[in-house]
Design a protein around this ligand. Structure first.
Ligand code: AMP
Ligand code: MN
Ligand code: MN
Ligand code: MN
Length: 278
């Protein structure tokens, strides 16, 4: 059996570890094939690739794109990309600007709610030049003692429909999937049960996703209960979608999220690994 993890974050976006540290942690946890999937960037790939070569681990070039579908924010994984594709720099630079502007708006709204004015600088510092996101604001809110834990920061300030949940003009679903395909990758719907959608809505998303060239869906990730897992495998089978799985690892603060740790998924003929390891 092959040990793999096709959804992982580093400091190039909102993960806690440097890409090379993440590769080491994957290896220490028995992962043989890993995809680095930072939000809206491939900036960690070079460092990860070097580390993976040294340690003898198979690195899949990936990303997790934020996009809009019917006014909802959806995450689409791109797996098996060619990071030398010429459109990469423009895409990630555009998303960098979007995220910077959004960070300013998040700060303004938090400050209006009484958060200290240093929040922007603090969050920026935590993002260390990578793609800034709400988790960096969560860290800043803990530091400023507005909340005690990162989870509390999401519960009170940053989670869905809270004051810091600022929407941005993310690329639409079509554009994200097209980017992934142009870069030679496979587009996969990330954590489909985390959008608070009904399965009927999810089937609509799948239909639109397939129309624009999407090929896969995650059916194994932490937080998925066995019933949902079975539903997703059924959906993938019916819709002829490739199946993917991964830990969505960001940091080690929660002992239950570790590289390589997610509900087991049988590697069958519809598994995306078959395409990635060709
Ligand atoms: P952003 O890319 O700025 O929209 O931030 C989204 C990221 O925040 C996700 O990738 C997760 O890492 C994290 N996140 C989103 N919602 C929650 C939540 N309710 N609890 C903890 N982390 C969350
Ligand atoms: Mn994240
Ligand atoms: Mn995600
Ligand atoms: Mn993720």
């Amino acid at each position: 059996m092959i040990h793999y993890d096709l959804h992982l974050h580093s400091r190039a976006s909102d993960g806690a570890l440097a890409p090379a540290e993440l590769v080491s942690l994957c290896a220490a946890n028995g992962v043989q094939v890993m995809a680095l999937t930072d939000h809206d960037t491939l900036a960690g790939i070079n460092e990860a690739r070097l580390a993976a070569e040294q340690i003898g681990l198979n690195l899949i070039v990936g990303t997790e794109l934020t996009c809009l579908w019917n006014r909802r924010s959806i995450h689409i994984l791109g797996l098996g990309l060619d990071d030398a594709f010429e459109g990469v720099n423009d895409y990630q630079a555009e998303l960098f600007c979007l995220r910077q502007e959004r960070a300013e708006r998040i700060s303004e709204r938090l400050i209006k709610k009484g958060v200290d004015a240093s929040i922007f600088d603090l969050a920026m510092r935590y993002s260390e030049g990578g793609q800034i996101g709400r988790p960096h604001f969560a860290k800043a809110l803990v530091k400023l003692r507005n909340v005690k834990t990162l989870q509390e920061a999401f519960d009170h300030y940053l989670g869905q429909n809270k004051v810091g949940d600022v929407k941005a003009l993310w690329p639409d679903l079509r554009r994200s999937v097209e980017f992934i395909r142009q870069a030679g990758g496979i587009a996969v719907i990330a954590h489909p049960t985390k959008y608070k959608m009904t399965f009927t809505k999810l089937r609509e998303l799948v239909a639109d996703f397939k129309k624009v060239g999407g090929e896969g869906i995650e059916v194994g990730y932490p937080g998925l209960n066995p019933d949902q897992g079975r539903e997703l495998i059924k959906l993938a089978t019916q819709q002829d979608l490739l199946m993917s799985a991964g830990s969505d690892f960001h940091n080690s603060f929660n002992a239950w999220t570790l590289p390589g740790r997610f509900p087991a998924l049988e590697v069958n003929e519809q598994h995306v690994l078959n395409r990635l390891l060709l």
